[in-house]
Ligand binder design. Structure first.
Ligand SMILES: [Ca+2]
Length: 181
């Protein structure tokens, strides 16, 4: 199997914001809502986010992700694909979330009432069981400012760590109001 690697563009691994399952369920009452702590920001119960993005990591090459219909507070349609090198991750079930938060980022237009979606789930990496935590932010337009944090685990080890990267090589995350088509 291809050796996996770690991609962290803006922050070192030591400071990476892993999202343990359960940790996103409510925050400390006195937690401050910042760009780095979306779980303390106002939660929006309805809406959805669509998007894709990719960036070029100096070590791993192109890392890309896609989610076609990620619905706030609905586990009905698990839909996330992450690809890098010869590696393919596909989400099959949510284990937490997705939950949507209105952080100091702005989703721009159209206004959706939230800009960040967070969750965790299980799926397959190269056909074998794996798990994922993710956080996607719509920072408006152009989509190259949108952000992704993705950790994929397999066999108890980190297979991929994408820590708060922007979709610098292309892409766009788009938050939608629940009523939007
Ligand atoms: Ca966007």
């Amino acid at each position: 199997m291809k050796k996996f690697g770690t991609a962290a563009v803006f922050a070192s691994i030591a400071t990476m914001a892993l999202i343990p399952t359960g940790a996103i369920a409510g925050g400390a009452p006195d937690g401050k809502c910042t760009k780095a702590t979306p779980k303390y920001c106002p939660e929006v119960k309805k809406g959805r986010m669509t998007g894709h993005g990719h960036f070029i990591d100096s070590e791993l090459g192109k890392i890309q992700w896609e989610f076609r219909n990620m619905v706030c507070n609905s586990e009905r349609f698990p839909d996330l694909k992450v690809e890098w090198g010869d590696n393919r991750f596909k989400l099959t079930d949510y284990t937490s979330g997705p939950r949507c938060f209105d952080t100091p980022y702005s989703e721009g237009r159209p206004l959706a009432g939230f800009d960040t979606i967070i969750g965790a789930g299980t799926g397959t990496l190269n056909g074998e069981p794996a798990s994922v935590t993710f956080q996607f932010t719509d920072a408006g337009e152009p989509g190259r400012a949108d952000r992704a944090t993705i950790t994929i685990m397999q066999d108890g080890e980190e297979a991929l760590v994408v820590d708060n990267v922007v979709a610098s090589a292309g892409g766009n995350h788009q938050a939608h109001r629940a009523s939007a088509k």
